[in-house]
Design a protein. Structure first.
Length: 309
């Protein structure tokens, strides 16, 4: 069973306009409304692969009820924890030239009793057959070590954990040795305080994470592709050039392909190519919708994989 946890989900409004005019009147060419958030996006992509994930997360207010209806309409199982505040709304303005302006809500504050309720749910789902996916930023009111506590709890029950980490919580995450770590190249640059990191350095850093007990390390590098590393193998997957609508959700699609491939025991090169294909497909869709299974299969054969070790 795959459980995705979303601490700060949102309804995403993706607005297409020709040329955004600051302080002026803008005519909307097209608008998409999706249930969003990193964990939500992972679950939506897993559903495309015929998996049946369960979404945990915090929702509240009238927007929260609408949000739950949207997830139910996608036929994705969910077990949300209700909070006292209102679920946020994010707006993404996409211009014809590719420029993106994002207006992201800060989200409601989460009280301690709601956090405790969430932890009880996590405990109830945690078995040796469970993989928890933790991604996204932590909401207001939540202590920064919550990821660490969840990983520790999961491991006590024999469950596994996949993390889409940022530099802010990386040290805490590494201490608990999650099985899967995905991190953006730009986050590595922040952690190591570098303007640029070469492919050789990315491989060296990934191998250091592996030595610390992580089984799978993926560094996503935007249009340059992604590097996938285990103790035995490393593959650099190069993305084909495609027409990009929005990069929002691309990393979540990659995570979905990664954990699907691992769970279905594909060989590592196939896992890397599938995850990359899903990420590429996600940037081609409107809003934060996943790409179709047919598109993913077609893109899979266009991914170049280079074995580095």
């Amino acid at each position: 069973m795959i459980i995705t946890i979303s601490f700060n989900p949102a309804i995403d409004q993706t607005i297409d306009i020709n040329n955004y005019k600051y302080t002026g009147i803008n005519r909307v060419e097209h608008m998409e409304i999706d249930a969003g958030g990193k964990g939500i996006n992972v679950a939506k992509n897993l559903k495309v692969l015929s998996e049946n994930p369960v979404i945990l997360g915090f929702i509240g207010g009238r927007i929260g009820n609408i949000f739950k209806d949207m997830i139910n309409n996608l036929q994705i199982k969910n077990d949300f924890t209700y909070i006292y505040g209102e679920t946020r709304i994010n707006t993404k303005i996409i211009e014809k030239n590719g420029n993106i302006t994002e207006l992201n809500g800060i989200g409601p504050e989460i009280s301690l009793d709601r956090i405790n309720e969430m932890m009880i749910k996590i405990d109830s789902y945690a078995t040796e057959d469970t993989l928890f996916v933790l991604s996204g930023k932590i909401s207001q009111g939540i202590e920064s070590d919550l990821f660490k506590k969840i990983i520790n709890l999961a491991h006590e029950r024999g469950a596994k954990v996949a993390i889409d980490s940022s530099g802010e919580i990386l040290d805490d995450v590494l201490m608990e040795k999650p099985e899967i770590l995905k991190i953006k190249l730009k986050e590595l640059k922040k952690v190591y305080k570098k303007d640029d990191i070469s492919e050789k350095e990315i491989l060296e850093i990934s191998n250091e994470f592996i030595k610390k007990g992580i089984k799978y390390v993926v560094v996503s590098m935007a249009e340059k592709g992604a590097m996938f590393t285990t103790k035995e193998d490393t593959y650099l997957c190069i993305s084909p050039k495609v027409k990009t609508h929005s990069t929002v959700g691309a990393g979540d699609a990659l995570m979905a392909g990664l954990i699907y491939g691992i769970g279905n025991k594909l060989n590592f090169e196939k896992i890397a190519k599938l995850a990359t294909a899903m990420s590429v497909g996600a940037v081609m869709t409107i809003g934060t919708k996943p790409s179709s299974k047919e598109m993913i299969e077609n893109l899979y054969f266009s991914i170049d994989s280079i074995k580095l070790k």
